[in-house]
Design a protein around this ligand. Structure first.
Ligand code: R5P
Length: 321
């Protein structure tokens, strides 16, 4: 296959350098030399410390907490690399923030996900590589190619290695919006699926109304979601499943956003374990009890390699949803 540009170069902002290092390790390249700091007034200060002319450049930056700083670092870094004559720039955004503001739910609402897409393009990105967007249609907010990966195979492999009793295994979707994702997991894990009927009671509060589908009594339940933010949705679902008689409950999500009272809620929820991926860096002392961090760097690195060599990225998936 013919490679794009003179070679691969990976840079990182401050949001998740550990993941960027792992991606580089998988690719067998060293991380690009740059400094990402701030001026005295808080403005973002970026210096690219090595030539990038003609290179196929990848910037790894999740737009997670502090969201606006992470986003601004990404934009300024794209600008710096564009002006330094990089051959092509791919924004690798393992966790894409602002994704939940993807439509107007009331009059005069912004569509912030579209604004962020416009900003990334205006800064000079040629492509985007991301993982488990909150809403897949955000791909269409960009007029540049977007490769959208799913953590499904990596999370399912992790679950399979737990050797849970197959006859008791059951996947539960914590809301209707996650049914397709949950169905893909249930298919991979070869087990039944049930769905929690989640109702929104206010902008920040939800309640779990019904459990739809086969009985969870005596079952080993795995709840899958794209993200755990305040943890209201997934802990509410865990409580409902527990009350319905589930024997064991495990939570799995791609993005551990963990904000507000999430730690407290998760530590007090009726769960036996929790797995999130490393799309967002979570310091050990900020992880809920019994958290396992599942590494998605190999998948991201393989996508980077395929983009560089103009190979199919969709071939990475066993299942699509
Ligand atoms: C809902 O639409 C999503 O799939 C997640 O369930 C939700 O965004 C998680 O948010 P929180 O943890 O604040 O309930």
């Amino acid at each position: 296959m013919i490679a794009h540009g003179k070679g691969i170069k990976v840079f990182t902002g401050n949001s998740n350098p550990a993941l960027a290092e792992l991606i580089c390790k998988n690719l067998g390249v060293s991380i690009g030399c740059s400094t990402v700091s701030s001026f005295a007034d808080g403005e973002c200060a970026i210096s690219i410390m090595e030539p990038v002319r003609g290179l196929d450049v990848f910037i790894v930056q999740s737009t997670c907490k502090p969201v606006n700083d992470s986003l601004m670092e990404l934009l300024v870094m794209i600008d710096a690399l564009r002006r330094a004559s990089a051959g092509r720039i791919t924004a690798v955004i393992p966790y894409f923030g602002y994704a939940r503001q993807d439509r107007k739910t009331r009059g005069r609402d912004p569509i912030s996900a579209k604004l962020v897409a416009n900003m990334i393009e205006a800064a000079g990105a040629d492509r985007v590589l991301t993982m488990d967007l909150h809403a897949a249609q955000i791909q269409g907010f960009f007029d540049i190619p977007v490769d959208h990966l799913h953590a499904t195979p990596v999370l399912d492999e992790f679950i399979m290695k737990m050797n849970l009793p197959q006859d008791k295994l059951m996947v539960v979707s914590p809301d209707e919006g996650s049914i397709k994702r949950a169905q893909a997991h249930a298919d991979n894990l070869n087990c039944p699926l049930a769905v929690v009927d989640k109702r929104r009671t206010s902008a920040t509060e939800t309640r779990q109304a019904n459990l739809i589908g086969p009985s969870v009594e005596g079952k080993t339940v795995i709840l899958f979601d794209d993200m755990i933010s305040t943890a209201g949705s997934i802990t509410g679902a865990a409580k409902m499943v527990k009350e319905a008689g589930a024997e064991k409950i495990y939570l799995c999500a791609t993005h551990g956003v963990f904000c507000g009272d999430a730690l407290n809620k998760l530590n007090n929820a009726p769960i036996d374990g929790l797995a999130v991926t490393n799309t967002i860096y979570i310091p050990e002392d900020q992880r809920p009890n019994n958290t396992v961090v599942v590494d998605v760097s190999a998948m991201l690195a393989e996508a980077v390699r395929r983009i560089h060599y103009n190979e199919s990225v969709s071939m990475l998936f066993k299942s699509r949803y």
